[in-house]
Write a protein that binds this ligand. Sequence first.
Ligand SMILES: [Zn+2]
Length: 309
Amino acid sequence: MDAKELLMSSLVIEGHRDVYEQIYRKSVGEESPIRDAVAPRLIRDGINMTVYAISGDSYSHSQNTGRYLETALEQIDQFLEEAPRSEGMIQMVKTRGDLPNKVEPGSVKFLLHFEGCMPLRGSIHNLRNFYRLGLRSLQPVWNFRNELGDGVWENRTGGGLTNFGVEVIKEANRLGMVVDLSHMNREGFFQTLDVATAPLLVSHANACGMLDNPRNLADDQIKAIANQGGLVGILRVRGLGGQSRDQRRLPADGGALGAPVAEIRVSVAEGVEESLGGGVEIDGGAGLGNVVVDHHAGNQLQLAVLSLR
Ligand SMILES: [Zn+2]
């Protein structure tokens, strides 16, 4: 079996995809960018499900306006308008029953995610309303400080979760949403472990044992996630210990997909492999996230359902 056949016959879950392509295409007048561009390419590339960061804390998430709540609502509305007009191509994951258990040609499932909770504007009511709109996964923070806590760029101050951050994590777990600690600083990371009532995800980070970078995880963090029943989705991206841009293409034999998992396992020691999802950037574009293939898909699915009902 060649790499393409392996890819297309495997259940492939993309652990993180950015919304920027949707925003850009919409801004230049495309009516249905998810239906006409994003989803068809995911299907072409053998992705069966994506965790889609429909909004978040970067200025770009707010369409360069600083209006985080309003633009998050616009971007979700765009998705909810397009999905029903895609003739089944775009499907939404809202419950465990919506998760893929086999390759379904011609369709791709989206699990909506926030990469940082600025769109909540400090309101727990907004969290519940976004849940009602289909949001099922969130990162409390992105790189900087928000109403919930501190991102990795705030590691100088040593702050962690705010009271609102704790409230959101508890409520997200109660509702059945995945809590993702990518981009969170070390203090907030361990504080979240203390308050979470469901297994946690770090959808996109590597090991400090590979590259000591604030976006990466120290060994004790990886072990803590593994012990808690969660999962770390590791990725290949320049600057985080992955391959360089030139090396990011799918390997001809597919064999290198497992390499980072082995590398991190060695870095951390035995016992955490089942809590790691191997990744590779497929299209070199807006989809920065990791992709989980083969037996690790089982873990990622388990993770995606950790909190879903
Ligand atoms: Zn990120």
